[in-house]
Write a protein that binds this ligand. Structure first.
Ligand code: ADP
Ligand code: F6P
Length: 324
């Protein structure tokens, strides 16, 4: 028989993502509606170890759904990667009566949740990352806002690139994943999209493409470069030297992680947060919430972490075909 969960905790961990507040709100309100008590843990696993824990009421999450960032704050915590850190985390949970924990974050945060589950704390992961790099789910909280923010910024760079007939290399976030770069590359009509999953480190191809496009009458050249490839500034210098076309690098940076979440992020975060609270209520542990084929689903964390995800070859080929 699954144990009855009376008190749960919620924390956000790793890089923040727009929509995390909607997820915290949903966990809190759905759990309270189901008769559970909710403890908010500040600053991820670091805050757990430091006992930065307080009870949450439905009013504590009022006026947060439209806000970027995370009201619980977030952190990266090296100590939690150690066995001592994990054992202490479980002890702190027990001290505060926290029997179940919702961890909103990426793959790294799930590994922490997996370790806590092994110590007897029921844990559920909710995918919160702008990178879209969690294999078990087609959707991660924050991606939609981040790509829209980046797309709007890139449109602006494009205006000035056209006026000056320049080449622009625009670097977007995503750690080792190219989803933000691919989506923006297509949505912004980029001439070249450099993805860590596909790039062959052949700058000559880009240079040839720029020269060919100039001959075809294109007045600017937009290159979306993924953070996982990086080196946009030095790339710009080399491309300018080889093509004679003025080339500028723009690194969009942290603006992509902030801002008011889109409707899509608020909606998915609300559903996923509520789903996580329901799983805890049912006594489930070591699970992650995902979205697949139009449904909210859950997987065992071990299984989720062993899954692989890659950029669709078809989508990549389409992006190339549309950039002629
Ligand atoms: P994300 O969750 O966005 O992938 P990180 O990889 O930085 O971000 O992980 C966030 C935090 O999760 C880390 O700072 C650490 O506290 C915890 N974590 C990551 N990997 C592990 C691990 N192998 N074991 C325990 N905790 C981990
Ligand atoms: O995972 C989200 C993300 O913004 C990545 O795109 C980026 O590589 C990383 O976090 C940056 O992390 P930090 O906030 O530690 O600089």
């Amino acid at each position: 028989m699954a144990k009855e969960i009376k008190t749960i905790g919620v924390l956000t961990s790793g890089g923040d993502a727009p929509g995390m507040n909607a997820a915290i709100r949903a966990v809190t309100r759905k759990a309270i509606s189901s008769g559970m008590k909710v403890m908010g843990i500040k600053k991820g696993y670091q805050g757990l170890l430091n006992e930065e824990i307080h009870e949450m009421s439905p009013r504590d999450v009022s006026d947060t759904i439209q806000r970027g960032g995370t009201v619980l704050r977030t952190a990266r915590c090296e100590d939690f990667k150690t066995e001592e850190g994990q054992a202490r985390g479980a002890e702190v949970c027990k001290k505060y009566g926290i029997q179940g924990l919702v961890v909103i974050g990426g793959d790294g945060s799930y590994r922490g949740a997996q370790k806590l589950a092994a110590h007897g704390i029921n844990t559920i992961g909710v995918p919160g990352t702008i990178d879209l790099d969690i294999a078990c789910t087609e959707y991660t909280i924050g991606f939609d806002t981040a790509v829209n923010t980046a797309m709007q910024a890139i449109d602006k760079v494009r205006d000035t690139s056209s006026s000056h007939e320049r080449c622009s290399i625009i670097e977007v976030m995503g750690r080792n994943a190219g989803y933000i770069a691919l989506w923006c590359g297509v949505a912004n009509g980029a001439e070249d999209i450099l993805l860590p999953e596909k790039y062959e480190y052949n700058e000559q191809e880009i240079i040839n493409n720029i020269i060919a496009n100039r001959k075809k009458g294109k007045t600017h050249h937009i290159i979306i470069n993924a953070e996982g490839i990086g080196h946009s500034t030095s790339m710009a210098r080399r491309i300018e030297a080889a093509t004679g076309m003025e080339t500028r690098a723009t690194i969009l940076g942290y603006m992509q992680r902030g801002g008011s979440p889109t409707c899509k992020d608020r909606f998915y975060a609300s559903m996923m947060g509520a789903y996580a609270a329901d799983l805890l209520k049912e006594g489930k542990t070591n699970r992650v919430v995902g979205y697949r084929h139009g449904q909210f689903v859950d997987f065992d964390i071990d299984e989720a972490l062993s899954m692989q995800k890659d950029i669709s070859e078809y989508q990549y080929q389409v992006s190339k075909a549309l950039s002629i």
